[in-house]
Design a protein around this ligand. Structure first.
Ligand SMILES: [Zn+2]
Ligand SMILES: [Zn+2]
Length: 208
């Protein structure tokens, strides 16, 4: 099993490839990540593209990679509109982006198999209404998108931000085993245990 991040684009968004037993999934095809992802997966059977959410920096290369691999794109229904019509979420884009028709809808608790491992979809709204994290209990890692970063949380001031839903989502993440490795949508890896502030997130980041 390997998890590889490709920091890409003007705000250094982490595109992520998870592979196991010759199969791979691509998560959050960030701007300018296509070439490196194609090279990385050249001996792997790519099964799908999964989106943690559809802010422009997480979907910019989705159309190109979908055309290349002819695989289904998974997105939560509450974030699907901005995939089909990028920019319709009201978040300013730094570059024009091609829309993609979603193929499959993510649902809380859904299991997605990649080779020998199982990813469980956790619907974690707050930063975006359809935001999902992907949790692998067997190999003890979490793809946290823009919900949880090393030392911080996703931006709640964007038009898609919903602080009231954020705190419950972070409580779910705080309950994961402390040795769970976290691969965020921006910045460095961390673990749940290192983010000791998580249970106090509302107190720290919710102040008005
Ligand atoms: Zn985002
Ligand atoms: Zn982002």
């Amino acid at each position: 099993m390997t998890v590889t991040s490709f920091a890409s684009g003007p705000i250094s968004t982490n595109a992520i490839v998870i592979s196991s037993n010759g199969e791979a999934v691509i998560i959050d095809p960030a701007p300018g990540s296509t070439e490196r992802i194609i090279e990385h997966v050249k001996d792997l059977n790519v099964r799908s593209i999964i989106l943690t959410h559809t802010h422009w920096d997480h979907i910019a290369d989705c159309a190109a990679l979908k055309e290349k691999f002819k695989v289904p794109v998974y997105v939560h229904p509450e974030d699907a509109g901005n995939l089909a019509e990028p920019g319709s979420d009201g978040v300013p884009m730094l570059a024009p982006i091609r829309g993609v028709k979603p193929d499959e809808f993510l649902e809380d608790g859904q299991e997605i198999k990649v080779g020998g491992l199982t990813l469980v979809v956790m619907h974690t709204p707050g930063h975006a209404p359809g935001h999902c994290c992907l949790y692998c209990e067997g190999d003890k890692f979490l793809v946290s998108g823009d919900q949880l970063f090393r030392g911080s949380i996703g931006n709640l001031a964007l038009p898609t931000g919903e602080p009231d839903r954020m705190w419950g989502s972070l409580e779910l993440l705080a309950k994961l085993p402390p040795d769970t490795v976290v691969y965020p949508g921006h910045g460095e890896m961390t673990t749940i245990g290192e983010e000791t502030w998580l249970p106090r997130a509302k107190e720290i980041f919710g102040g008005e």
